[in-house]
Design a protein around this ligand. Structure first.
Ligand code: ADP
Length: 301
């Protein structure tokens, strides 16, 4: 199954254009949707999840017309929203059982099995009797995945799931995502480059409602090789560099600013070539025009 999004646009009543002619083709496996805050990720995720309307465009999921056949989508969907609220005074096992009833698993014995398997899969079985209000951020997110997996979804959407998790919880959560079935589309929306780097075979970068890149992380890396240049700059120098070069990142390394710029040709001025990583890819698309070497054009059909 494929999820095919064509020319999707959305402007909110306050005039903010959250999605501008978005076209994406998403295959089974882990798909990373990468973009800064305000890029339009949640708007896109909510539209796919049938929680809000688009102004124009189409979304096709296998043979389901997503924007029209909402009930069909909802049966096939597992959704973990950015703000995943839980009932604090209910324990995980009870809530999952209740949600399973709502999902239509009416036989008690079957529900018991499903709930147990999901609690085990998400490593929450030992904490199943604990009220959700006492769960850590990571445990809540894993519970979110457990509820999203009820009724064997074909499409799973997780919106900014690792924000606020400590490194151990983040790893555990990403490992859990990567174990989700091969026959499923998993869309991971995030502003954290490492989430995508570690998990996704395919990705898109979006900003200001527009798709700037779609392809594999490997192709994106290829496209920028030879175009990323590095220099240690003084703080005073930084100001000038920002106006004369396409500065894609500024980091402090041992207290001194290190600048990366995007340029087709050696910028001189003491810049040295460096091997670009996925963060350079991301910032290159967000802050500068990347001339793509290997991948097809993104222009809408
Ligand atoms: P992201 O998930 O990438 O942070 P969003 O889709 O939440 O991006 O937001 C995209 C843009 O749309 C932002 O400028 C945001 O302020 C705006 N926006 C989001 N939801 C609404 C809404 N319900 N009404 C008006 N503007 C909104």
């Amino acid at each position: 199954m494929q999820l095919v999004i064509k020319n999707l646009s959305k402007t909110y009543p306050n005039g903010v254009q959250a999605l501008n002619n978005v076209s994406l083709t998403i295959n089974q496996g882990m798909f990373g949707l990468l973009g800064p805050n305000g890029a339009g990720k949640s708007s896109l995720m909510r539209t796919i999840a049938t929680l809000q309307e688009a102004d124009s465009g189409t979304i096709q999921m296998g043979d389901i017309n997503v924007l029209v056949e909402k009930d069909e989508v909802r049966k096939a969907l597992g959704y973990l929203p950015q703000e995943f609220g839980v009932y604090p005074k209910v324990d995980a096992e009870t809530l999952l059982d209740h949600l399973a009833v709502l999902k239509g698993i009416s036989r008690r014995s079957e529900r018991k099995e499903v709930v147990k398997a999901l609690l085990q899969k998400t490593n929450l079985y030992d904490a199943r009797k604990k009220n959700l209000g006492g769960y850590s951020g990571g445990m809540k997110q894993r519970f979110g995945i457990a509820q999203a997996l009820l009724a064997n979804p074909k499409l799973i959407i997780v919106d900014e799931p690792t924000a606020g998790l400590d490194p151990v919880e983040r790893n555990r959560f990403l490992n859990l995502l990567s174990e989700i079935g091969e026959n499923t589309i998993v869309i991971l929306s995030t502003h954290i480059v490492d989430d995508v780097k570690e998990l996704c075979s395919d990705m898109a970068i979006i900003n200001k409602g527009e798709v700037l890149y779609q392809g594999s992380p490997a192709d994106a890396l290829n496209d920028i090789q030879g175009k990323i240049w590095e220099k240690r700059a003084s703080k005073a120098e930084l100001e000038t560099l920002r106006t004369t070069h396409t500065v894609i990142s500024e980091k402090l390394v041992a207290g001194a600013p290190v600048v990366h710029v995007l340029a087709e040709l050696a910028p001189g001025d003491g810049f040295e070539p460096v091997t670009g990583d996925l963060e350079d890819v991301y910032f290159s698309y967000i802050f500068g025009p990347v001339v793509r070497a290997s991948s097809p054009s993104l222009s809408p059909e």
